[in-house]
Write a protein that binds this ligand. Structure first.
Ligand code: SMG
Ligand code: MG
Length: 366
């Protein structure tokens, strides 16, 4: 495959309701889409970088800069998607920016060969169960309304965002209202320290599937210590930036569950390696989300259909965030989404919709 270059396209989408986490509120999305143009086929991918460096060190303008200045020029001699990570290895960090190039080229390569992403990654299911991530709200009644709505829609697992002051009482209220059968978990996005261990142990009363990333990204040892003080399983998100950090976290007892987000770990190929090593260690994994459009969602659904993804992911229907998606919308049936089987990602942006939301387009030759 000969790479000609990449189109960098920014789109602006509003989300159906503000999404608040311990680090900030998302009210609209500024999303970078990348189209790879090769002599075989074109391929698409969505960059999951947020506008500000608040989830991880990457931020949107930084992604655009590093792609143009370093990563795309390094693609000149790359022949297939598996060559992207080695070609970018000397550049430190920026996993989301690396992932978007690899994914776009993988889509192009698989389209040219008529093979699907799911098949390529090792999918074993035709559909995947849907979980939903529910943001921090202004009041408990407002949260209970939102959770009730998602349960009625059919979501099979609820994840509550937590932070100090919005944790134990909120979880108790959800359990009291919706009962013990609801699959429930919480995500702190690094909002606590080890000094909060005794408070967090109060969550043990609520039979949660897991607590996600309670402590700082770098605090692997702290998570291992915390794991000894809690019954609730600890799941790492931000801390797991590669297969290497995943292996270390498992070995140290810092994670008994892992949230796999391809962007955070540099791409779907590294995501699969983490899936494989976690499976070998008996550690369940699930697919995280970064408020993807239908494009990024397609790839996540394929990943979530691998055998080690034994917990429902933050894999929701398009309508969770977007009134109008840029692809055919992902619609949930019976709490599940169907794994795409067409060539590559199996979906492409709808040209008219894409035009409507586009704020800028730039061509960068490889
Ligand atoms: O895509 O459904 C989604 C969002 C899931 O909660 C979600 N993601 O830490 O897991 C996480 C967050 C990161 C993004 S918050 C802006
Ligand atoms: Mg998380």
């Amino acid at each position: 495959m000969k790479i000609e270059g990449f189109e960098l396209r920014r789109i602006a989408l509003s989300i159906v309701s503000p999404f608040r986490t311990s680090f900030g509120t998302q009210t609209e999305r500024d999303i970078l889409l990348v189209k790879a143009v090769t002599d075989g086929a074109e391929g698409w991918a969505e960059c999951v970088t947020l506008p500000q460096p608040v989830y991880s060190p990457e931020y949107m303008e930084g992604s655009v800069d590093v792609l143009k200045r370093y990563f795309i020029p390094a693609m000149a001699d790359v022949r297939d998607a598996s060559g992207v990570a080695p070609a970018l290895h000397k550049f430190k960090g920026h996993p989301m920016s690396k992932a978007v190039l690899e994914t776009a080229l993988l889509d192009a390569e698989l389209r040219a060969e008529g093979r699907s992403f799911a098949r390529e990654l090792g999918s074993v299911h035709e559909r995947v169960p849907c979980g939903v991530s529910v943001g921090i709200m202004d009041s408990v009644p407002e949260l209970l309304d939102a959770v009730g709505g998602y349960i009625n829609e059919g979501y099979v697992r609820i994840k509550l965002k937590i932070e100090p002051g919005w944790d134990v009482d909120v979880v108790r209220a959800v359990r009291e209202k919706f009962g013990d059968d609801v699959l429930l978990q919480v995500d702190a996005n690094t909002a606590y320290t080890l000094r909060d261990a005794r408070h967090l142990a109060k969550l043990d009363d609520f039979d949660l599937l897991l607590i996600e990333q309670p402590l700082e990204e770098e605090d692997i040892v702290g998570h291992a210590d915390l794991a000894k003080m809690l019954k609730t399983p600890i799941c790492l998100d931000e801390s797991v930036t590669s297969a290497q950090t995943a292996a270390a976290a498992i070995r140290l007892g810092a994670a008994s569950v892992i949230n796999i987000k391809p962007g955070r770990v540099g791409g779907y190929l590294e995501a699969r390696r983490i899936h494989d090593l976690a499976a070998a260690a008996g550690v369940p994994v699930w697919c995280g989300g970064m408020l993807e459009t239908g494009l990024g969602r397609a790839a996540n659904i394929a990943l979530a259909s691998l055998p080690g993804f034994t917990l429902p992911g933050d894999v929701s229907a398009s309508g969770r965030f977007y009134a109008t998606d840029i692809t055919e919308p992902w619609v949930m049936e019976d709490g599940h989404l169907t794994v795409p089987t067409g060539p590559g990602l199996g979906v492409t942006p709808i040209p008219e919709v894409l035009e409507e939301f586009t704020t800028s387009v730039e061509w960068v030759a490889a």
